[in-house]
Design a protein around this ligand. Structure first.
Ligand SMILES: NC(=O)c1ccc[n+]([C@@H]2O[C@H](COP(=O)([O-])OP(=O)(O)OC[C@H]3O[C@@H](n4cnc5c(N)ncnc54)[C@H](OP(=O)(O)O)[C@@H]3O)[C@@H](O)[C@H]2O)c1
Length: 249
């Protein structure tokens, strides 16, 4: 039977490219987004197995209704992909924007996996996938809220990989470096090793299919972030501190 895949924030960027790969395999796929006008034109006609819900991940009840509705015909993989950054980096913390980043990137993940696990645990099968970031492993200058939100996702996924194994539910955490999407197209800072969204989506799907617990890519960014994560924190502050003031608005 065709697999059923639910992807939040699947109207554009990484989420849509991932949805497309599953649709081309014959899966049933649901995508969500606050504005369905972001879906590429003709997508719904081209892919009859595509279901779309116009929905904010911060809407707890709406998320539960959508997941329950889609799951009537099965639920195999749920990808908590919807996320936002703060836009421009800023070394004076923006607590209003920051609060929205935490609500979307962390509470949105809870609103996605809460109803999903109510289905997957009793059915004794399924996979939850959190799209975190390499930013989960360090406190990057000017991006405190984004790094904190992704660290929270990475740690929850790590715990759930242990807790949910007994129910045959896999937990997969994806930590991409830079991927060329509408989100990163706003960035003004350098983005080393950036890759096209289609390639990123293929690598992500491969890690999901293998039910990996943690997948950090590309390898060059994995090396950089591992070194930054493991180095003495005084040295990290010294190196990263050289950018202080660069991000003031
Ligand atoms: N691109 C990268 O380099 C990169 C690197 C590491 C991690 N990531 C993570 O990967 C995920 C996808 O990023 P992307 O680059 O593909 O971003 P994107 O191109 O901006 O797409 C984001 C998607 O999420 C949806 N979305 C945003 N806020 C939402 C909300 N509150 N409720 C429901 N849907 C929402 C957007 O649709 P609407 O705006 O219409 O809601 C859109 O479909 C994010 O979690 C991001 O943090 C990206």
């Amino acid at each position: 039977m065709a697999k059923s895949i639910f992807i939040t924030g699947g109207t554009t960027g990484i989420g849509f490219d991932l949805a497309r790969l599953y649709l081309e395999e014959g899966c049933r796929v649901a995508v969500t987004g606050r504005s369905l006008s972001k879906l590429p034109s003709g997508a719904r006609e081209k892919y009859p197995n595509l279901v779309a819900y116009e929905l904010d991940v911060q809407d707890k009840e709406g998320m539960e209704n959508a997941i329950n509705d889609f799951a009537k015909s099965g639920l195999d993989v749920v990808v908590a992909n919807a996320g936002r950054s703060v836009g421009e980096k800023n070394d004076i913390p923006d607590f209003v924007g920051g609060s929205d980043v935490i609500q979307t990137n962390v509470q949105g993940v809870l609103n996605t996996f809460g109803p999903s696990l109510k289905i997957m645990i009793p059915q004794r099968s399924g996979q939850i996938v959190g799209i975190a970031s390499v930013a989960a492993f360090v406190g990057l200058p000017g991006a405190s809220f984004y790094c904190a939100s992704k660290a929270a996702v990475e740690k929850m996924m790590e715990t759930w990989a242990i807790d949910l194994k007994q129910f045959n539910v896999a937990s997969t955490c994806i930590c991409p470096g830079f991927i060329d999407t509408p989100l990163t197209q706003q960035n003004k800072h350098p983005m080393p090793f950036i890759m096209p969204a289609e390639k990123g989506a293929r690598l992500i799907k491969n890690a999901i299919d293998k039910r990996k617990s943690l997948y950090i890519f590309p390898w060059q960014m994995k090396c950089v972030i591992t070194i930054l994560n493991k180095m003495p924190r005084w040295l990290y502050r010294l190196i990263m501190g050289s950018s202080v003031g660069n991000y003031r608005r």
